[in-house]
Ligand binder design. Structure first.
Ligand code: AHR
Length: 522
């Protein structure tokens, strides 16, 4: 089975915004309590942050982290998580039927972000609260000093403003499951007033308005049109969310889900541009795909942990090789929409549908999905390239769950890939999945005008058992260096194992300096 690709350095999609490799920490399950924050753990630092988790977060490379929710934020009083710990209230978290002790809050999160090498992306509560409290949180975080709120931050240890740039105006406000769910008109008006007051407080911030929780929502399209009608002039990004799962064990159809993600992105972009066209605006609203991942393994297991307890284990999906293959392709899908997707957050980062898991009394470990994420974030920087692909395709049926009607996916190329010109490193980096479960793929990539020098490496994620998982004891699924990829007259030739995800790095001749010398490879 052979697939051929043609690349041209001038045919580009756009510059990849590093923030597409974002993460997400919600007050949910063991993400905060027992995840990033566990003062009684042997690896905890003076602030109670688990340093083993910090190490793995840095290894993943997440330039931004969304916080504190998620559904949680729609019932959250941010003030509860500030000031002396012994005076912080314990509250009911209605979203996840848990107890919230508030021993970790905004100031701790900012500190944690600095240690983790990530920038905070804060969400405000537009469910049970409104624009005034959202404005007050911006003032608390970003105003230099001299007001009651900014001085409160300084008294709480934040001498300098936190300079939080990205603000989510609520979370999934179109969903009936949301605390304080609103109609599109109600939300649009509220979001506009919140954005106005927040930007008056700090004009340097960017705001993200809620789009649809997923494209199967009955209000999809109408919701975007209405919300953007209200907020177009002040909104910077529209948020979209989507989770995937293989509930009916249909692997070929499951592996065709990146095409579903791409379709959702195209439809959301169309909504943004239609709203802009109606307003005759030259401004473009970009997308923040701020929740995406595989989520299904833990469905129905909520009852296993007692309600109204702190850090009750929830959404602890253990990911398979097959899930890692999908996550790798979803990352390529985000790269392939670099012109419009400027932010994306893997939901989530620790213990809750996460690449990193922790043991209460043991260490932290990498799930299968950790690996494609870490490699894409490290090497998938630069310019996303267009490609012309010729190769075999397949058809597959897929049901999202047992009650859903089957959908036939036709003409799915076995190759799913993205191609990045990493200008900093002087490399072409290829992220490529072979969706054929039985046969290897001979991949040929004509690099044309790229002046390719050599193949640096091929890293392959593959396992004979698609249901193989990692655990605290054993990293069963991890990338392995593959030999054999080579350049022949400017064409890359490589073999992709059946059901594998791969990263191939090709070094390019360095552009000559004015004095004729060439820069050294890092
Ligand atoms: O990430 C888990 C949950 O999924 C989030 O709290 C919510 O926004 C979404 O429905």
């Amino acid at each position: 089975m052979k697939t051929s690709v043609i690349l041209n350095r001038n045919f580009t999609i756009g510059e990849i915004d590093e923030r597409i490799y974002g993460g997400f920490i919600e007050h949910l399950g063991r993400a905060v309590y027992g995840g990033i924050y566990q003062p009684d753990h042997p690896s905890a630092d003076a602030d109670g942050f688990r340093t083993d988790v910090l190490g793995l977060i840095r290894e993943l490379g997440m330039p931004v982290t969304r916080y504190p929710g998620g559904n949680f934020v729609s019932g959250y009083n941010w003030e509860d998580g500030t000031g002396p710990r012994d005076r912080r209230p314990v509250r009911l978290d209605l979203a996840w039927k848990a107890l919230e002790p508030n021993t970790f809050g905004t100031d701790e999160f900012i500190k944690w972000c600095r240690r983790a090498g990530t920038a905070p992306m804060m969400a405000v509560n537009l469910g049970t609260r409104g624009p005034a409290e959202a404005q007050q949180l911006v003032e608390y975080c970003n105003f230099p000093g001299g007001t009651e709120l900014s001085e409160r931050r300084r008294a709480n240890g934040g001498r300098e403003p936190y300079r939080v740039k990205l603000w989510c105006l609520g979370n999934e406000m179109d969903g009936p499951w949301q605390t304080g769910h609103r109609t599109a008109d109600e939300y649009g008006r509220t979001a506009l007033e919140a954005a106005k007051m927040m930007k008056w407080t700090d004009p340097s911030i960017e705001v993200i308005v809620c789009g649809s929780s997923n494209d199967a929502m009955p209000t999809f399209g109408y919701w975007e049109e209405t919300v953007l009608e209200h907020t177009y002039d002040l909104a910077d990004y529209l948020s979209i969310h989507r989770y995937f799962g293989n509930r009916c064990g249909q692997t070929p159809g499951y592996l065709a889900q990146p095409e579903e993600m791409a379709g959702f992105i195209r439809r959301a972009v169309a909504c943004c541009d239609a709203a802009g066209a109606k307003k005759k605006s030259s401004k473009k609203i970009m997308l923040s795909f701020d929740e995406w991942n595989v989520w299904f393994h833990s469905n129905g297991r909520e009852k296993e942990s007692p309600e109204w307890t702190v850090g009750r284990p929830l959404l602890e999906d253990v990911y398979t090789m097959e899930d890692a293959l999908l996550v790798g392709m979803l990352l390529s899908t985000l790269q392939n929409h670099a012109d419009r997707v400027k932010i994306a957050c893997l939901a989530q980062s620790v213990n809750v549908i996460a690449p990193i898991m922790t043991e209460k009394d043991g260490g932290a470990w990498r799930q299968t999905i950790f690996h494609p994420f870490a490699l894409a974030s490290k090497y998938g920087r630069g310019i996303a390239l267009q490609s012309v692909v010729e190769g075999p395709c397949y058809d597959a049926e897929f049901r999202t769950d047992a009650d859903a009607p089957p959908v036939l996916h036709r003409g799915i190329p076995y190759l799913h890939a993205s191609f990045v010109h990493n200008t900093e490193r002087s490399e072409v980096v290829i992220f490529a999945a072979n969706r054929n479960l039985a046969e290897p793929m001979e991949l040929e990539v004509r690099l044309g005008d790229f002046d390719a020098v050599s193949v640096i490496e091929q890293q392959t994620l593959h396992h004979s058992d698609l249901k193989a998982v990692n655990s605290a004891e054993r990293e069963e699924v991890a990338p392995v260096a593959q030999q054999g990829a080579a350049l022949e007259n400017g064409t890359l030739k490589a073999v992709l194992l059946p059901a594998s995800w791969n990263m191939l790095r090709i070094s390019l001749r360095q552009p000559a300096r004015a004095d004729g010398s060439r820069q050294k490879q890092p």
